[in-house]
Ligand binder design. Structure first.
Ligand code: 6R9
Length: 676
């Protein structure tokens, strides 16, 4: 039996009846070869040249895959290219300079359109400015911006000069920013004065200022003025204004730096099972090829589409499917700064209608909210421009899937449920809408060329219908190359559990040894998710087995939240779990025992919430803090988190006799009943 899956239990509902995309969709789809899965299988790994061929290379690659140093795989390794050239210059050269690249919708109803030419000009100017500030190839530039156009502009400017970017989600705290800058030894920061949250001006710069205080390195900071007079700010030492820089470097162009395909394009910090966030390293060639290919094959993006991925660029989804994928294909990507319910709950549908959006990609948590708000909001608008819908980030159960197709997709839009991770870089499991039928509640088959297997504890594939661990056998182009400055952790976190122990040991004891290895087949990537496969090979992802909670698509480590709580004076112990709300969203439940042993304590409760907010950010704020004299523990002293998760979810509890203190469980249940 596999460890219990994460909190989104709703997803374990059986899949609904299948839907085939309408012939009108299939006729126009980018990818329709019925035998594509077999073709990829037969030609693996050379099949992936299809993805690489979507890019423009400065120097063509000779080898597709190098696997001698598994699991440190190298794709298209002897090729050279530049990501910003692929997202900008080549579209200018092919006569699309006046085509809209970004349509930005601001929180206060502002709108800005950047043609490919506009974007090219501003990216070049900022690239020149970054160079002038001292940024050199391979220097990590941290970007701490909300959803304003300067965010993708800064990313592409970094890519242009070969400086990896590390985007930190704007809602994260000063501490979180500092930890990430420290880990990456980043000496450059691009941030802003502030941004609007709902109607109010919110100060971002003060968070950036606080983050820099604790850093050892000097940091050159560029500040974008987003709020103007709504939040006046003064620039200090080592700080400069983005718009001043643009004026200084007006009209300058910077030759795109030719990068090795394996050179780092960016770093993305993500939560793991320990408190230390992991710096996931993505490559230039393999990553860009994989995101371009999946944007084309899975999301059916065409150059003349208006495409909208309603995610935040501060997370991987936005990197891959707001910025790099759509821009590599030369399409129009919509970028939305606000929330779905401000100023009203029809905001997204108004944007779809006004921009005649063709493709819309969002997260299940949003879809569940739309469902709760009712059909009145979407029904006021003309959504008939929509051709394809997508979802990502969490399991989606059949009910919201069908609602989405029906009420947003007009009853016949194909819906792709795309499973992937920060570490996979791009989509790895999904139906191909020009080929496959969709089963609500199941993400679909692995993409062609991706070797997903759902296995038991011993690594053997489980029977259809059984739950197992979601693993991936062969490498794929968009995969993470390592964890920044931590090859060992890359091996132990993702590969050790299901790979050949000898191969793992060899890699850990003599890393990157040059002696020839023949054990590429011994390596198997573990995603951290559990899943089930059906007779047709369709995969239903159930949730995570590790200590990661997925709150509204934000990936948070329970350890990070726990350590913020444990820091509060008077807290003895704590355990944080995810709880599935009635609507299928995940909420954070924090169990706390205090040193004084009191049942509840308003002062401590306040400090806990403050501490979480400053250590991580408001997204990590628990729905409930439950005080208990003790946490339930095993005899060996381990906190029984799984039991606490069951308690939070109101589940039947199994045998609790293995506990050292079984009596505590009843007390906690009573406490939660009082809360509720
Ligand atoms: C892209 C992204 C990754 C985790 C992943 C899984 C969950 C993502 C999913 C899904 C079920 C889907 N997840 N897509 N679960 N169905 N279609 O979200 O990356 O933030 O790294 O999160 O999200 O649990 O392991 P990331």
């Amino acid at each position: 039996m596999v460890e219990r899956n994460g909190p989104d239990r709703d997803a374990s509902a059986p899949t609904g009846s299948p839907h085939s995309p309408p012939p009108s969709f299939i006729e126009q789809a980018n990818v329709t070869e019925p035998a594509l899965h077999e073709t990829f299988e037969r030609n693996w790994p050379n099949c992936w040249t299809r993805a690489a061929d979507l890019l423009s290379w400065d120097e063509e690659y000779e080898t597709v895959l190098e696997d001698e140093d598994a699991p440190f795989y190298r794709w298209f390794a002897d090729g050279r290219l530049n990501a910003s050239y692929n997202c900008l210059d080549r579209h200018l050269e092919s006569g699309r300079k006046n085509h809209a690249a970004i349509r930005w919708e601001g929180k206060r109803g502002e709108r800005r359109t950047y043609t490919y030419r506009d974007l090219y000009v501003e990216v070049n100017e900022f690239a020149a400015a970054l160079r002038d500030l001292g940024v050199e190839e391979d220097d990590v530039v941290t970007i701490y911006l909300p959803m304003i156009p300067e965010l993708p502009i800064a990313m592409l400017a970094c890519a242009r000069i070969g400086a990896p970017h590390s985007v930190v989600f704007a809602g994260l705290s000063a501490d979180a920013l500092a930890t990430r800058m420290d880990a990456a030894e980043s000496e450059y920061l691009v941030t802003c004065d502030g941004y609007y949250r709902r109607g109010d001006a919110f100060n971002q710069k003060s968070k950036a200022d606080n983050a820099r205080i604790g850093l050892e390195q000097d940091v050159q900071t560029v500040v974008v003025d987003r709020l103007g007079d709504d939040l006046p700010h003064v620039l200090g030492e080592n700080e400069c204004d983005y718009h001043d820089l643009r004026e200084t470097f007006a009209g300058e162009t910077v030759e795109p730096v030719s990068r090795d395909a394996e050179d780092m394009l960016f770093l993305m910090y993500t939560s793991g099972t320990t408190g230390e966030p992991k710096g996931v390293v993505h490559s230039t060639g393999g990553y860009l090829a994989h995101v371009a290919w999946t944007s084309r094959a899975v999301l059916d993006v065409k150059p003349d589409d208006t495409y909208w991925c309603a995610a935040d660029i501060g997370w991987i989804t936005g990197h891959s499917y707001i910025v790099y994928g759509p821009l590599a294909l030369g399409t129009t990507t919509v970028m939305y700064e606000g929330t779905p319910d401000y100023p009203d709950r029809d905001r997204l549908w108004e944007i779809v209608d006004r921009n005649a959006v063709d493709i819309f990609y969002t997260a299940p948590t949003a879809i569940r909210a739309f469902m709760k708000w009712g059909t009145d909001y979407p029904s006021r608008y003309d959504l008939s421009s929509l051709r394809l819908l997508g979802t990502v980030g969490e399991p989606i159960s059949p009910r919201p899937w069908n609602w989405y197709r029906e009420h947003i997709g007009g009853g016949d839009c194909p819906v792709v449920d795309t499973w992937w991770q920060t570490e996979t870089g791009a989509v790895t499991i999904s139906t191909l809408p020009g080929i496959d039928e969709m089963k609500p509640g199941s993400a679909g088959p692995p993409l062609p060329g991706i070797d997903v297997r759902v296995v038991d504890e011993a690594g053997e594939e489980v029977e259809p219908g059984q739950t197992g661990y979601l693993t991936i056998g062969r490498p794929w182009p968009g995969m993470a190359r390592t964890l920044y400055d931590n090859d060992d952790r890359f091996v132990t976190e993702y590969w050790r559990r299901f790979s050949d122990p000898d191969a793992v040991n060899r890699q850990l004891t003599s890393p990157h040894s040059t002696e020839s290895r023949e054990d590429a087949d011994d390596w198997r990537y573990f995603s951290g998710d559990t899943a089930r496969v059906d007779e047709d090979g369709y995969i239903t992802v159930l949730g995570r087995v590790d200590d990661v909670i997925n709150v509204s698509g934000h990936r948070l480590g329970t350890m990070e939240i726990e350590s913020a709580i444990a820091d509060v004076d008077g807290v003895a112990e704590t355990a944080v779990v995810g709880r599935s709300s009635g609507t299928g969203d995940t909420e954070i439940y924090a169990y706390v025992s205090t040193e004084s042993g009191h049942d509840s304590d308003a002062v401590i409760q306040r400090s806990i919430l403050d501490n979480i907010e400053s250590a991580i950010g408001p997204i990590a704020r628990p729905e409930a803090v439950i005080f208990t004299p003790e946490l339930p523990k095993t005899r060996s002293g381990k906190i029984m988190r799984r039991l606490l998760e069951d308690v939070a979810n109101g589940e039947e509890l199994g045998d609790t006799s293995a506990l050292r203190n079984p009596e505590i469980v009843g007390e906690i249940q009573a406490e939660i009943a009082d809360e509720g």
